[in-house]
Write a protein of this length. Structure first.
Length: 235
């Protein structure tokens, strides 16, 4: 459990790092877009090699397929609710909807990290890199919006620290669940995380990377994919 908490905290720490970076200086859309593209590429590799492939290795295809469908539907529904909530409470000026969005991204991917640790294998460096890289631009953009809306620095850091702590604890929860459930149930969780992340990538992360980084987004995505794929082969 201590190992799971440590790796979970490391992966989730980028949420706090991103918030701090947003408070220290203003980042250009190009830089944020490049980081978004890099994180998207890393996540695509992790979904392919760390989630879907691993789920099929330890469980049935039906379990993975069911997880994919439910994960995608869950993220889609929750994201619509967050957009509705944000619209009612002032859009980007409302910190709570932004934090909920990061929470929805982080919980399934970090739970899978915990499941991997519980399996007795080595920690997935590719998944840790993917989580860390994908969290940074989200936290930078969201924290900057909160600060512009008048929230205090302490309030912004406090909010993102809570979100990061919840995501880190999800790694511990994933470890505990892996010890108590069947291989098919673990495969279902892998599929669920893959479905949620794929929906998030196509609905928000990739379009925003393209919008901010323009033609450079594709190259950044390839770089992120190449690094995460290479790390997957090494672990």
């Amino acid at each position: 459990m201590i190992e799971a908490l440590g790796w979970g905290a490391l992966a989730a720490s980028s949420l706090v790092v991103g918030a701090v970076l947003a408070l220290v200086r203003t980042w250009s859309p190009l830089v944020v877009g490049l980081v978004l593209g890099f994180g998207a590429g890393a996540l695509i590799a992790s979904v392919s090699f760390e989630l879907a492939e691993e789920g099929l290795r330890i469980g049935s295809g039906y379990a993975v397929a069911g997880g994919l469908a439910l994960g995608g539907l869950t993220y889609f529904t929750a994201d619509r609710l967050v957009e509705w909530w944000g619209g009612r409470s002032g859009g980007s000026s409302a910190g709570a909807p932004l934090a909920v969005g990061a929470f929805l991204d982080g919980i399934p991917e970090q739970a899978v990290l915990g499941i991997g640790i519980a399996s007795g294998g080595s920690v997935s460096a590719a998944l840790v890199v993917a989580i860390f890289a994908s969290n940074l631009p989200e936290a930078i953009g969201s924290a900057a919006d909160m600060r512009s809306a008048g929230r205090s620095r302490r309030s912004v850091l406090g909010l993102w620290s809570v979100v990061a702590a919840c995501c880190a604890l999800a790694t511990v929860a994933g470890t505990a669940v892996a010890d108590a459930v069947s291989s098919d149930a673990q495969a279902f969780v892998d599929g669920f995380a893959a479905g949620a992340l794929l929906t998030m990538l196509i609905d928000s992360m990739v379009p925003e990377a393209k919008d901010k980084a323009r033609d450079w987004a594709g190259l950044a995505t390839v770089a992120g994919f190449a690094l995460a794929a290479g790390l997957s082969l090494l672990t």
